[in-house]
Design a protein around this ligand. Sequence first.
Ligand code: F6P
Length: 358
Amino acid sequence: MKIGILTSGGDCSGLNAVIRAIGLSAFANIKNVELTGIPDGYGGLIRGESYPLRREDLEGILDRGGTILRTSRQPYKKMTQAEEDGTSRLQKMCANYRRMGLDCLFTLGGAGTHKTAALLCMEGCNVIGVPKTIDNDIYGTDVTFGFRTAVEVATESFDRIRTTAESHSRTMLVELMGNKAGWLTLETGIAAGADAILIPEIPFSPEAVAAFVCERLKSGRRCTMIAVAEGSVLASEAKYKKDERVFVRTERGETTVTPHLAEVLQQMTGAETRVCVPGYLQRGGTPCAFDRLLCTRLGEYAARLAGEGRFGVTVAVSGNRITFNALADIAGKYKLVDPNSETVRAAKNLGICFGDNA
Ligand code: F6P
């Protein structure tokens, strides 16, 4: 059996741990197995590049950040469009899958990767997805690998930023990754004891946040720590499409709402206000123990599915069980934070401000 592996989309901690688990399990349990690495995600498959992955290539990578296969972003929208040579990227990938003689392809990636994986399946390729992303927004799985590590890193960053914010009596906006989903900001915010948490699923009013900061100042609390997801939206712009919001922000020379909020808070509260963006720190470095274990379980399960000839699926976590979903059922769907969830309610009951005045 010839197995291909690729890692696609934004990287995160744990990709190598999954590659290792798939490989070790396949070498141990599937007869005459051959492992092939495809570089740069779908980019490598489009170009038809691959190289053998040997057992020794899998050694010492359990705790290594990034991906030994490298990755790239390949927009889903472009997959079915004809290119200059008259064929689409999807057609090229299918042709290369066959030319490489693959019996199965593992796609380690996020929501976009899964959408493309579903397309490949419809074209007759045997695909098994493994859910990766620090955004934790893949539909049908309780958790994605890379998320827990990102929460740990973001929480540690937040703790460090707090000490300097407290020393200077500042309002500090810590912008965390998460464009569509606020999981990382919500869980980090709670774990790090943020005073306010702003996430895309709960559009906020800067005036409500400013009133909250003023209240704190009045009661002698001179530092306010705010966790802001990069995809957070103002209540006043929630009715606009993403493209329109991006246009308005680009006009202001901004990519997220955070600089605008900082300006408003500074003006309305008089408190010195700063922005800190931990950025790619959240995606880099060694996976935490939770992710190492999760990646090992997901990878081993995925290899088992290949051995059983079960394709067109993605591995998932449900409760404490590893299971799978049909790619066709989950592709194109997102798992977002429910504003009425128990976690959000608990945070609100502790007095954490979400800027929605609720
Ligand atoms: O992997 C998802 C993500 O971390 C988003 O939260 C973020 O917006 C995006 O990646 C940024 O990635 P890049 O700059 O690598 O495209």
